[in-house]
Ligand binder design. Structure first.
Ligand SMILES: [Zn+2]
Length: 244
């Protein structure tokens, strides 16, 4: 593990940590594509197919973009602009991944007249998050760290970014709670719990060895539980003996 850096700078992982960061998300690329294909095959109607595409795309992109970003920041550190763009892309994909994770529930479950607006609101939220990342992501970070004002601005941007992820992660859950059919809710809560627990490691670079790789693992566990719930409650064909 390397030394901790000021909160307005980016932590530089060791060689082993870089490798772990790549491996812990690369491992899930193939399963996420396979899992998405299974949902696509199980789709019975147009909305199930569309939702399988959206969810599958969000899920696979998360692992693919993260793996590419971590590989470039490990092996091609000199390509600073490319690395910066990929880092922004890595952060943007998280917003779309969250929206895509909610999409099957919002599209395929019965919703009340107000709650149904969440179907498009999540995409507006993801777009706002993306624009925010584009304009503010690490803008004033480190390079101008000698200026105390720039450093404090950077810290504030990072905090807002984290708050945006939390709002995006929890706000649509209010709609899910209002659904008449609550099957799958325990799994959704369990997945959310792992994401939240993972955030402790996300913020622990330089304090806990391999903190970012551990964060990746928590993301994979959360995504795995959510995938299971989507497969089981929204796509799996029911046995004749099961109540409908
Ligand atoms: Zn990462």
């Amino acid at each position: 593990m390397n030394h901790r850096v000021p909160s307005n700078c980016r932590y530089q992982p060791t060689e082993y940590e870089h490798a772990a960061n790549c491996a812990t998300h690369a491992l899930w690329i193939l399963p996420s594509i396979l899992g998405s294909s299974i949902l696509y095959i199980l789709s019975d109607d147009q909305w199930e197919t569309i939702s399988a595409w959206i969810y599958g795309f969000g899920l696979s992109s998360l692992f693919i973009v993260s793996t590419i970003f971590h590989t470039i920041s490990w092996k091609k550190r000199h390509l600073r602009t490319v690395e910066h763009c990929l880092h922004m892309f890595d952060r943007m994909v998280i917003y779309f991944f969250i929206a895509a994770s909610y999409a099957p529930w919002l599209n395929l479950r019965e919703l009340g007249p107000w709650a149904s607006h969440m179907r498009w609101i999540i995409w507006i939220m993801a777009s706002i998050g993306t624009v925010y990342v584009f304009f503010f992501h690490e803008r004033t970070c480190c390079r101008e760290s000698l200026l105390p004002r720039a450093a404090s601005l950077c810290r504030r941007y990072k905090l807002v970014e984290l708050v945006c992820y939390v709002i995006m992660g929890f706000f649509p859950a209010l709609v899910i709670l209002s659904m008449p059919n609550r099957d799958g809710l325990p799994e959704l809560v369990a997945g959310g719990f792992f994401y939240c627990l993972g955030m402790v490691f996300f913020k622990s670079d330089g304090r806990i060895p391999f903190a970012h790789a551990i964060w990746h693992l928590f993301v994979a566990i959360g995504a795995g539980i959510h995938y299971y719930a989507i497969w089981r409650y929204l796509y799996r064909p029911l046995d004749a003996s099961e109540p409908r």
